[in-house]
Design a binder for this molecule. Sequence first.
Ligand code: SF4
Length: 701
Amino acid sequence: PAHLSAQPGEIRTTCAYCGVGCGVLAKPDGQGGLTVRGDPDHPANRGRLCSKGTALGETVGHEDRLLYPVIDGARADWDTALDQVADRFRETIAEHGPDSVAFYVSGQMTTEDYYVANKLMKGFFGSANIDTNSRLCMASTVAGHKRAFGTDTVPGTYEDLELADLVVLTGSNLAWCHPVLYQRIVAAKAARPEMRVVVIDPRRTATCDIADLHLAIAPGADVALFNALLSQIDRRGARDPRFARHLDGMEEALAAAHAEDVSRTGLSPAQIAAFCDMWIGTEKVVTVFSQGVNQSTSGTDKVNAILNCHLATGRIGRPGMGPFSVTGQPNAMGGREVGGLANTLACHLDIENAAHRDAVQTFWAAPAMPERPGLKAVDMFRAVEEGRIKALWIICTNPAVSMPEADRVRDAIAGCDFVVVSDITDRTDTARLAHMLLPAAGWGERDGSVTNSDRTISRQRAVLPPPGDARPDWAILAEVGRRMGWAKAFDWPDAAAVFREHAALSGVAGRFGGDFDISDHAALDAQGYAALAPFRWPTAGTRQGGRFFGDGRFFTPSGRGRMIPVSARALATETCEARPFRLNTGRIRDQWHTMTRTGRAARLNRHMGEPFVEIHPNDAARLGLAPAGLAELRGATGCAVLRVLVTDRVREGEVFAPIHWSGDTAPTGRVDALVAARTDPFSGQPESKAAAVSVAPYAAG
Ligand code: SF4
């Protein structure tokens, strides 16, 4: 039974960081701090935590916190600040129309925060200009899922990673980016030595330590590799004819796969054959994919290339088999559930479907509802740059560091007529550009819920009081909604009431299919919400084992799954004489995003204390780069100065640099300044893993 493991004074909550969504038992230490340990009852981690999770207690406290509203650099009170936000958004919409305003939000917000932001922008401002930093994280998976399944639904569960006989990890450094899931695979592999692991990654990452086969694929070539696999599935008679009757598009997808230029993979025929032998010869196979797949101008096609192989073989939605997207952020999935993307509606409904729009508008009693998608992240900041967005509210994220072409985004924000930033600190590069700063309650100080990568909804709970005048984001947004005249629609006494409304709306959405219906939780009173234990949707029990599509029922209009014909495309940015290196970007083990929280923990900073670039020994020697010296990297849109880490984990001609550092913590450690803002045509996700750069010794001054 749940709740037996908590000791007196311990409060059940969920980790602030990655999409694994580990349960945490947190206990105030009586001096404003916290002790934490993994929650033995939480299904995601069963007591485990990684280095970031165990350091959560070191990231709370008042130091560097934003404690009160600030307007044009001067302290203000909430009434003045909220009135001004309401006035500026009202006036801007009246003068320039609803599409002249935008929210840029975050996968670290709670579902309740996301719900209120989405309701305010879409139903009451009448614009779909709300997008999220999850656009940089898993938008290609959303688009790929919708093309294949009809909805954005993750078919499997975490247990499948342990039940599989073959786990394929592609574009996913699970050991550092989803460490507890990695630990679960390591434990399963130790218990069942017959279990095998394949890692597909241009770089030899820490995840390769458990790989039976590492395929150092050419950057961006995943479509070619999975088309090669699909072609072999067909040639070797490994298709599942029984499952094929549930599918459309098989012949077209096979034709594209057979026509693929496999040499694009950069792998030898023997390596490809070894991979195909393992994949085709193992029924229980899970293919895990993450940012190496998503962050690409072919991201959606890569996702569908993977899904095609699982659909063709019927290896989906059954124990130990299926494609599995792991989300980067703690609530990327919750954001998807409430429609926190510019091209989605609440509860997995479609913004471009009139019946869906009507249902949501009626439920909200909303005065407006956009009929077309809003601006996705990259386009949103272009619109800011061009002066088309005149009022921008940035919540819980730091786009001046994390967006591609970060210098340009920084300048665009600086030039915007009115910028509000809600955050826990005023020390981010983005906060420095704001006209108004609003102090937000952070992790451990607010109530809410989050959804992890396997659809498990867990509570985040307040363990400490918010410092100073800080408030939860949903409450700040709701107050602005009330001050703009929508008192009834934004009148919630607490986060529990927001969750109830969200759950009730999911029941309405259930009429349209999709199985995201958690309305059986809508009756929760505040007490029930306070005690809410983790639960995974679907909750109705119509799907065996909480998995999807193994029964051949999909959410497309025809009810059949779709195989999508895809072909490998060239990377968006070519290397050239001036910029001959291919820059791969990513995370390191002990930091999170732009370090707003993890940078506060001394022991996390000890792992890798400054921005660096991994470069092959031959390249370093040729360029005269000394180990631990400084290198200057230049792209078409910016530059960065990074410590040299010479290693054969990267190949010649390729370099890797982490994304975490800001402009003010190193000479210029902002690696996303080097990344061109080229995006996937379906998902709008930028290509963050294949920039073209020059590398040279850095000459200070
Ligand atoms: Fe937190 Fe992710 Fe680590 Fe779990 S694996 S403790 S959710 S950072």
